[in-house]
Design a protein around this ligand. Structure first.
Ligand SMILES: *Cc1c(COP(=O)(O)O)cnc(C)c1O
Length: 425
């Protein structure tokens, strides 16, 4: 990773020592590299500008991966739109100045209120995931005296993703409308008076590093669009989803040139706007979670645990998906005090799944050391909870010249401020 590396024995972010940041601001703390986010964006823009043969396209950042206003603003300033999955996320995007005509709304459970909010804000497209949802959107639009711009999320029955829980495009996943009922679903939507049927969306999963699942899904979607055209239905937007995979430990990231090439070869014959919904690709390797080692615990059988002051409350991915995040010391340490051992790095939460990295063979960490949990910029803070009444972590954004707190450390008082005790207990 080009923005987090060791310089003179210290792990740095855009030239700033992470240990200094941890000492000054405390832990746990998220640190995001703004230059890395922009580099990730520019790499994608370049691959698409060069590889999509001049086809009109729009990058809609998947806000759920990291929804901080500063990140949304940065991406908005560079032309990005957004993929949102709740009224809350839509609100953030509007606050960050993202053009509503660059916002798509996805998700299987849109409430009436959320649909109304989308229509009031005149967003580009609502990606509907079921027939009852299409009916609901139509009714609300008629009530508001307008036509709702909708796309149908088609489930291509292709598995993609690092993990069972991040695969969304298999036929028995809860997402989308079944491929085999796709054409009749479009005809159904066309007959609803409140809808303007303008798009299609597909999103098969997350953290996909192989081109195979994309190639398979997009080929099926291309055939599907041909069938739609034969049935007299033409579309303005084809939303190809996100899921572009990155490097956590040893993975080779998705090759975007190859990806653009596959898009061209499959969906290229369709004329309209292509939409992409990367989330993790922009933010994951642009963020680290700083923590402090509290204890080194050795079990009677000799198993060693490095126990941190941060856990699944701040970074839930290991507990939720069983994945590992590399943990690196903020300072290179001498072998005398930090000999090579085999150990696990774990959090303080009362759950056995609260483990960041297992069976590491390397220099052990000692109490008082600061460490960085790497590749934590996506689905870190946005999934954080206050489980165990632990305040949410502080967030910092850096570039070469700046170290800026972008959200403060919250207190226990903040957590309990709005709780009340009924008089009758
Ligand atoms: C989560 C999600 C994304 C983003 O996934 P990444 O793996 O972060 O790229 C895009 N589109 C939809 C519909 C999603 O649910």
């Amino acid at each position: 990773m080009s923005h987090f590396f060791y310089q003179d024995g210290f792990l740095t972010a855009d030239g700033h020592k992470l240990e200094d940041i941890a000492r000054e601001h405390g832990t746990p703390t998220y640190v995001y590299s703004a230059p890395r986010i922009l580099e990730n964006l520019q790499r994608m823009q370049k691959a698409f500008d060069q590889g999509l043969n001049g086809k009109k396209h729009l990058i809609c950042y998947a806000v759920k991966s990291n929804s901080h206003l500063a990140i949304l603003k940065m991406l908005a300033k560079r032309g990005c739109g957004a993929d949102v999955v709740s009224a809350g996320e839509l609100n953030r995007c509007i606050k960050a100045g993202i053009d509503p005509q660059k916002i798509v709304f996805s998700g299987v459970g849109k409430t009436e209120k959320e649909i109304r909010f989308c229509l009031e804000n005149n967003i580009l497209q609502i990606n509907a995931e079921s027939l009852p949802e299409l009916e609901r959107i139509s009714e609300i639009a008629i009530d508001m005296g307008l036509k709702a711009p909708v796309g149908l999320r088609i489930n291509p029955d292709v598995a993609g993703g690092e993990h069972d829980k991040t695969s969304t495009g298999r036929k028995d996943d809860k997402f989308g409308i079944s491929y085999n009922h796709g054409i009749e679903s479009y005809q159904f939507a066309k007959n609803l008076k409140g809808l303007n049927v303008i798009g299609l969306s597909v999103h098969i999963g997350s953290q996909i590093v192989d081109i195979g699942p994309f190639a398979k899904a997009y080929a099926k979607i291309a055939d599907f669009i041909d069938n739609l055209n034969d049935a007299g239905i033409t579309l303005q937007n084809i939303d190809l989803g996100g899921g572009m995979g990155i490097t956590y430990t040893t993975e080779t990231p998705l090759n975007l040139d190859e990806y653009a090439d596959i898009v061209n070869k499959t969906i290229g014959r369709f004329d309209g706007q292509l939409i992409f919904e990367p989330g993790r690709y922009f933010t994951a390797d642009a963020g680290v979670l700083l923590a402090r080692v509290e204890y080194l615990k050795v079990t009677p059988s000799g198993r060693k645990f490095v126990i941190l002051d941060t856990g699944m409350g701040e970074l839930m991915r290991p507990a939720l998906y069983g994945v590992q995040h590399p943990v690196r010391p903020c300072r290179e340490q001498p072998a005398e005090t930090h000999p090579v051992e085999i150990f696990d790095v774990v959090g303080p939460i009362c759950e056995s799944s609260d483990i960041f990295d297992r069976n590491i063979s390397g220099q052990i960490m000692q109490p008082g050391d600061f460490v960085a949990i790497m590749v934590s910029g996506a689905y870190g803070m946005s999934m954080a909870s206050q489980y165990n009444t632990r305040p949410l972590p502080l967030e910092i954004m850096v570039d070469q010249d700046n170290i800026t707190v972008i959200s403060p450390r919250r207190s226990v008082d903040d957590i309990i401020a709005n709780e009340s005790i009924p008089g009758w207990i």
